[in-house]
Design a protein around this ligand. Sequence first.
Ligand SMILES: [Zn+2]
Length: 456
Amino acid sequence: MKEIFQHIDDHLNDSIAELTELCKLPSVSAQGTAIEETAEHVEALLRDLGFETKIMPKPESGQTGGSKAQPVVYGELRGESPKTLLFYDHYDVQPAEPLDLWSTPPFQPTLRDGKLFARGVSDNKGNIVARLTAVRAWRDIKGKLPCSVKFCIEGDEEIGSPQMEEFVDEHQDLLSADACLWEGGGVTWEGIPQVTFGVKGLLYVELECETVNRDAHSSYATVLPNAAWRLVWALSTIKGPDERVLIDGFYDSVRPATPEEQAALEAIPSEEAETLESYGIDRAVAGVSGLDYTKRYLMDPTGNIDGLTSGYEDEGAKTVLPAKALAKMDFRLVPDQDPDEIVELIRKHLASNGFEDVKVRLLAGERAARTPVTDPFVQVMRDAVRAAYNAEPIILPTMAGTGPLHPFVSTLGLPTGDCGIGYPDARIHAPNENIRIEDFRNGAKAVAALIGRFGE
Ligand SMILES: [Zn+2]
């Protein structure tokens, strides 16, 4: 690996220049800007490295909404061994707003203090270029990759990966591989690399009720039903002050931690103190602490209110009885909870509590997925990351967040993990998104080591 690592060191400036060019493209999926251009740019980068490439449309519509999806950039490069690694990434980025909070413009990548600042530089363009850097090093030094590599780079991850499940379903042969390297990953505040093997799912719903046909003078509150109260009462049946979701059957399909997952959880350094301090509180929800804190954070499903809207919300007093009320809620799901089943449980729960009038609208549903920590690929990734960082990585059985991992793990049957170039102050999705060049260098080496180990 020495020569390969040396090549990455020697060409670091070229890699950063490549990343800079990619980050100049404002490929904001939510706003539909520069999507085609960026897909073509990424395709050209792959083609220059010898990949066979194509830009592929996603299916017209999926189960969770019929919005038009952006195309996927696909690339494939044959290697020496019969094994194939699939890399999942995305070329789209989050909106850069609010622009006035950026120290330098989001789409004019700027290098300062050993960091590169730009929208998308960490999430996820830096990972794309780090992976290309690793491939280039192998190709330049050995002429060939130790294993075959496929890239699947989508264009609307940041708006929830519409139709990804269907895309994977339709292209199972093309995407077939032996393991998958997911996007993201990085190091902790202390610089310890983390490798993650799962995601939570997500169910996003709106709950809406309408009690009368128009807003009324609040003197009618003695005789007319108030929509805000109605919704608050309905919500209070969904979760109690002990933070347990009260929907009948909600926890039934939650898979308990295996002994190996339990052991992995015990080895994760706790972030409890830093998190509580940074949010200005001294006690976590439900009073959990220590291992229970880590376990609850990573392994438990949530029931979260994202927003509440009803009646008068501006300055000063307005005496009104609102006719309508709306709540937005998300539930982060864990294996084997099914978003379609959970949404039905919510409807049934509301009806059986006398809230048939509260309408439940499904906005998004994604399943959770995990690769067992006992899978041999976990060891391969652990070895690769250790070789690149000279440090023992932390193994996370899952992240607390969500991504379209499920079809890769379940439909394609791929063990899937991530290791990447991020760090806790990367400010992804926020102003001043950045990477540290050192993390980029180490992250590219980890991918190179993974390609090497995987081909053995
Ligand atoms: Zn993101």
